[in-house]
Design a protein around this ligand. Structure first.
Ligand code: UDX
Length: 483
């Protein structure tokens, strides 16, 4: 466990791992009149004032956690409904622990919201850009929100300040942002740009923000590095390493981390296929591999594969970047990871077809779990929802249950049926599919559920149910990668 936070202090304990040589190589001082020559850091407000542009999943969490670290924070969004919700202390998405902190920091006045870029420009010393970078039709990152946000902010930057990108972007974006903002801001070259990628996991976003495992500061000046150290003084004092590097490396760190995690998941999933072909057990395999510290057990859980708003999008964007730069080997690797991942969904749909005798038309299928992972209401690129849609397209009557993601799923897939309870979803079912490993589903009494289904057949696509218990209760259990 990490030590609890202490109030913000100077940064003696900080582990800045940039050598003097690196520093000289990667540091270019902003040349405006507000920056003294010779790389000296000018004196500034003891506690920099923070703004956050974009109050989606990343931005709202960041704004709340910055306020909780003691900063005065002003957050902006162009979406009136998001702001209207946030000011009442309501988060527009499910994230454990976020709403109490939001309310606390609204009540104590540390966190405010606005829709005025003029106010944001006048207020902030450090402006975090937290807007989305969705995939375009070719899988590349669509940067229009980033450049629109910066273009709206730039005319209001009349004095020295730092723009910090947190959005996940292709390498080279930070320097383009710097050129764009300096061309439009009255403060010109006295506006600096840094990149500080986030590594938030949904369901753990507050913890990951307040006590990150590492901080990455991509900077082009010591001024930027100093401001970021002051903004993150609390986690740094509590022991979080702050890695200072050039802008390009910082941009790559984020996509490389997600590419590695995705590769690890696809690796164990092809091992699951090998296990299925040979009668071996992928869970015991993962366990045995995981004891090797060089490999580790985390992100070696086999099953339906990865989804969500980050991993699929980020590997496709990195693949597009790699192709564009002529790094064909990386593009090939990532394409393969993606294909393996998508094949899991086809495989589960095929297994479902086989389990009901070869034809899904007219069959009743109960789906347990459509959030892309447990403890989230996010259905973006959800493997469970994708499989549900595939079965429905083949004529199955699909009845979906999820502890929290059903409102979002209903909007995205109104053609599916939604049930208020597991038992309601399973009533009369020819097949039960376990597609997201919520702990609620591990607590199901299989004997009781067997009484309401038409045929007690379950496919555990997340390798998380107690197969022995279910079989004992009379179920036929199919598990990906296990006998
Ligand atoms: C991810 C990264 O972990 C985070 O650092 C980054 O900032 C954003 O993207 P998140 O999208 O919240 O976070 O989900 P994560 O916990 O990484 O899971 C991603 C997907 O992989 C989920 O669909 C999950 O079910 C799947 N997964 C995860 C597996 O299939 N097997 C595993 O072993 C782990």
């Amino acid at each position: 466990m990490r030590a609890p936070f202490t109030p913000a202090r100077p940064t003696e304990r900080e582990q800045v791992q940039m050598s003097a040589a690196d520093n000289a190589r990667h540091t270019s001082q902003p040349t405006g009149s507000g920056t003294p020559p010779g790389g000296e850091v000018p004196s500034r407000r003891a506690r920099p004032r923070v703004t956050v542009v974009g109050t989606g999943y990343l931005g709202l969490t960041h704004a709340v956690c910055m306020a909780d670290m003691g900063h005065e924070v002003l957050a902006i969004d162009v979406d009136e409904t998001k702001i209207a919700k946030a000011v009442t202390g309501e988060a527009p998405f499910f994230e454990p622990g976020l709403e109490p902190l939001l309310r606390k920091n609204l009540d104590n006045g540390k966190l405010r919201f606005t829709r005025s870029f003029a106010e944001v420009g006048a207020f902030g010393d450090v402006h975090f850009v937290c807007v989305g970078t969705p995939s375009d039709a070719e899988g590349r990152a669509d940067l229009s929100y980033v450049f629109t946000a910066v273009a709206a902010l730039a005319p209001h930057l009349a004095s020295e300040c730092l723009i910090v990108g947190k959005s996940t972007v292709p390498v080279g974006t930070a320097r383009q942002v710097m050129a764009a903002v300096r061309a439009k801001a009255p403060a010109g070259d006295r506006v600096d740009v840094a990149w500080n990628p986030e590594f938030l996991r949904e369901g753990f976003a507050v913890r990951d923000s307040l006590a990150p495992d590492r901080l990455v500061f991509g900077v082009a000046s010591e001024y930027a590095a100093d401001l970021l150290r002051r903004v993150y003084a609390a986690p740094i004092a509590a022991g979080t390493p702050a890695l200072v590097m050039d802008l390009e490396t910082a941009e790559i760190v984020k996509v490389a981390a997600n590419a590695f995690l995705a590769t690890k998941i696809s690796f164990i999933n092809v091992m699951a296929e090998l296990c299925e072909a040979t009668g071996a057990d992928v869970i015991r395999l993962a366990e045995a591999l995981g004891y090797d510290e060089r490999i580790g057990r985390r992100f070696l859980s086999p099953g339906l594969g990865f989804g969500g708003g980050c991993l699929p999008k980020d590997i496709r964007a990195l693949c597009a970047t790699a192709s564009g730069l002529g790094v064909g080997s990386l593009a090939t690797l990532l394409r393969t990871v993606d294909v393996i991942n998508m094949d899991r969904r086809r495989r589960v749909a095929a297994l479902a077809r086989e389990a009901v005798g070869g034809d899904l038309a007219g069959k009743r299928v109960a789906v347990l779990g459509v959030a892309f992972k447990p403890d989230s209401d996010d259905i973006r690129d959800s493997p469970g929802l994708d499989v549900s849609g595939r079965l429905a397209r083949e004529g199955a009557a699909v009845s979906v249950h999820d502890p929290v993601a059903m409102p979002n799923a209903r909007i995205s897939r109104p053609d599916l049926r939604y049930a208020d309870s597991v038992s309601e979803a399973a009533t009369g079912a020819d097949l039960v599919l376990h597609l997201t490993e919520w702990s609620d589903y591990q607590a199901i009494d299989p004997a009781a559920l067997a009484k309401v289904v038409s045929r007690p057949v379950v496919i555990d696509a997340r390798c998380a149910l107690d197969a022995r218990l279910w079989r004992h209760a009379g179920w036929t259990v199919h598990i990906l990668g296990r006998p």
